[in-house]
Design a protein around this ligand. Structure first.
Ligand code: ZN
Length: 290
């Protein structure tokens, strides 16, 4: 399908850059937003810092691949195609696993790297890709995953450093806006109430039982932008289904999908830059004013 390329008010092609940590973050998180802008003709790029080496996958999924990393890279390529991404840029760090596991101390573990080192790589890609809008995890990394928090910090630093001529190699580029994708608070609170009715512990959520929904629901970030993703729901489901080894098919079809459809028909974001003015209305478009 050919697309008209969207131009910003200054005549530049519109570019959205999402920065995440693992293959599947792009689909399970702000996938609807990425698909929506790709469909509108925005060049949507993804930086993914690791290959999700620590993700568990059953034998049936690994067959035909040399490693979990190779399998997950293939799943990411599938999802990128479904979402209509213009490019995927891997940073070659290693999945650090959840907090307090041995994988945290691997020499290439993302969460063990100095923030500035990861930021330097992201800032060079910002300068190369020239996004007006950059989006990444919120300050608690969605659900306290150490890699998500590492990427949040590195992206925040890179966003501001990309415009600093004293740093980096490529010519500077100053993106207009930085957003943090936030978990849908109402959905979380509802999930904490509903899951016990199905015999599930909200403090041990997810296929590895390592997500504490009760703790996540206790943090509430402001919503500065809300993107209605209902029109691309099927695309998002197709992208999630690409991550079959990580439960993507169940995400697209099961109880969780039903819950998320009921409470999560939009992606919510907190705007870090520029800081919202007092009383500013919630944006419906990440490119508003660009
Ligand atoms: Zn992740």
């Amino acid at each position: 399908m050919t697309q008209n390329i969207q131009l910003s008010q200054s005549g530049q092609p519109r570019v959205l850059l999402a920065v995440t940590a693992h293959p599947d973050d792009e689909s399970f998180g702000m996938g609807g937003t990425l698909a929506l802008y790709a469909r509108r003709g925005v060049a949507v790029h993804l930086i993914c810092a690791t290959r999700g080496e620590v993700g568990e996958a059953r034998e049936e999924f690994i067959r035909g691949y040399d490693s979990v990393a190779e399998l997950r890279e293939a799943e990411l390529a599938c999802a990128a195609k479904a979402l209509g991404l213009a490019g995927v840029h891997l940073l070659n760090y290693r999945d650090s696993g959840m907090a307090n596991t041995a994988d945290n101390t691997h020499p290439r573990a993302l969460a063990a790297q100095p923030v500035g080192v990861v930021a330097d790589e992201i800032l060079e890609l910002i300068r190369l890709l020239k996004p007006q809008v950059v989006a990444t995890f919120d300050p608690i990394g969605g659900y306290h995953h150490p890699d998500h928090i590492a990427i949040h910090r590195a992206t925040l630093e890179a966003f501001h450093a990309a415009g600093n001529p004293a740093r980096g190699k490529r010519p500077i580029w100053r993106p207009n806006k930085l957003y943090f994708h936030t978990m849908p608070h109402g959905y979380l609170r509802m999930a904490v109430k509903i899951l016990p009715l199905f015999g599930k512990d909200p403090r041990k959520f997810g296929s590895n039982g390592d997500i504490d929904l009760t703790a996540i629901a206790a943090t509430r970030f402001p919503t500065h932008a809300a993107i209605d993703t209902r029109s691309v729901r099927q695309i998002q489901d197709a992208a999630a289904a690409c991550h079959a080894s990580q439960g993507g098919r169940e995400m697209a079809h099961g109880l969780r999908a039903w819950l998320s459809r009921l409470f999560n028909m939009r992606d919510t974001f907190m705007r870090e830059f520029p800081k919202p003015a007092a009383g500013e209305a919630i944006e419906k478009d990440l490119f508003a004013g660009i």
